[in-house]
Design a protein around this ligand. Sequence first.
Ligand SMILES: NC(=O)c1ccc[n+]([C@@H]2O[C@H](COP(=O)([O-])OP(=O)(O)OC[C@H]3O[C@@H](n4cnc5c(N)ncnc54)[C@H](OP(=O)(O)O)[C@@H]3O)[C@@H](O)[C@H]2O)c1
Length: 306
Amino acid sequence: MARAIRFDEYGDVEVLRVEDVPRPAPGPGQVLVEVRAAGINPGEAAIRQGFLHERFPATFPSGQGSDFAGVVAELGDGVEEIAVGDEVIGFVHTRSSHAEYVVAEASDLTPKPDDVPWEVAGALFVAGTTAYAATAAVCPREGDTVVVSGAAGGVGSLAVQLALLSGATVIGLAGPANHAWLHELGVIPVAYGEGVLDRIKEAAPDGVHAFVDTFGSGYVELALHLGIHPGRINTVIDFEAAAKYNVKTDGNMAGASAEVLRELSLLVGKGLLEVPIAGVYPLADVRDAYRELEQRHTRGKIVLRP
Ligand SMILES: NC(=O)c1ccc[n+]([C@@H]2O[C@H](COP(=O)([O-])OP(=O)(O)OC[C@H]3O[C@@H](n4cnc5c(N)ncnc54)[C@H](OP(=O)(O)O)[C@@H]3O)[C@@H](O)[C@H]2O)c1
C-alpha cells in the first residue's frame, strides 16, 4: 500500500484526506516514481472546489497533483533510457502526484541535476512551464520593458526572472513585503492597488512593451491602457478578457514538456533561476498547505514532502 491524497466531493480543504491505496504499477512506456517532493498549485484548489467543473470535471474519488520529483522505483515494459534509482523531475496529467508513489510516462521525465534541491525540483513543473510559455509568448528582448503581475507568486516569481534573462527591463507588481526581494533580483518593484497605472508609467517613462498577467482581475485592461499591443499581452488566468481583447493565453499546456522542464532545471542548477520555496508540508498536512496557498500571498512555491 502507499499513501495518496484523495477527496470524494467538491469542497474546501476539509474534503482532502490521506488514504492508503494500492501501490500503482507502471504500464508499457511508464515508470513508477517514489515521490520526494510535489508542488501544489491554485488550479488544484479551484478544481477541488468545483469552480472548474465545466472545463475540468473531477471524478470521485479524486487524486490530485501534477508536479513531482523523486526516485525511479520500477520500470514498465519497453523503458530503456531510465534506470531504477535515477533521480528525476516530472509531471502527470492524471491528478496523482500528491502521493508516495506516482506512475508517469517515461517521456514526461527529465534527470534531476544534483545541485537542484528536492523541494525546488518538485515545484518546477506547473509554475515553471507556465512562466516559460507565458514569458515566451510576449517575446521579451533587450530594450523592452515588461510588466509582470503577481510578480512574487509561483508563476510570477519565475516569469520575472525569465524576462530578465532575455535582457528586458522588468517591472514586477507585488505587495510591499516582496519589493526588497524583487529589487535584489534586478526587478523594478511597483505596488499594486489604487494608482498602479500611474506608478507603472512613472517607473517606465519610455513606455511598456509587453505584459505577463499571472493574477487576472483587470490586468489585461490595464495593459491595454498602457498602450501595449494585444499580441504582446499574455494572461494565464483572465480568459474572458483574453477572448474579448484578443490577447494571448499561453500557459502550462503550451509549455508542458520534459524539454522545457530540463531547460528550467539546468537554469536552476546553474544559479540563473531562483525558485523561492514559501513552505514545505508533510503529506499529512495537505490541508494546511492549501490553506496557506489560498491566502494568495505566497512568495514562490509551496511543496508537499511525502
Ligand atoms: N493557464 C495556466 O496554464 C496556468 C498555470 C498555472 C497557474 N495559473 C493561474 O495563474 C495564477 C497564478 O498562479 P500562481 O501559482 O503564481 O499563484 P500564487 O503563487 O498563489 O500567486 C500569489 C501571488 O499573487 C499576488 N497578488 C495577490 N493579490 C494581488 C493583486 N491584487 N495584484 C497583483 N498581484 C497580487 C501575491 O502578491 P503579494 O504576495 O506580493 O501580495 C502573490 O505573490 C493562478 O490564478 C493560477 O490558477 C494558470
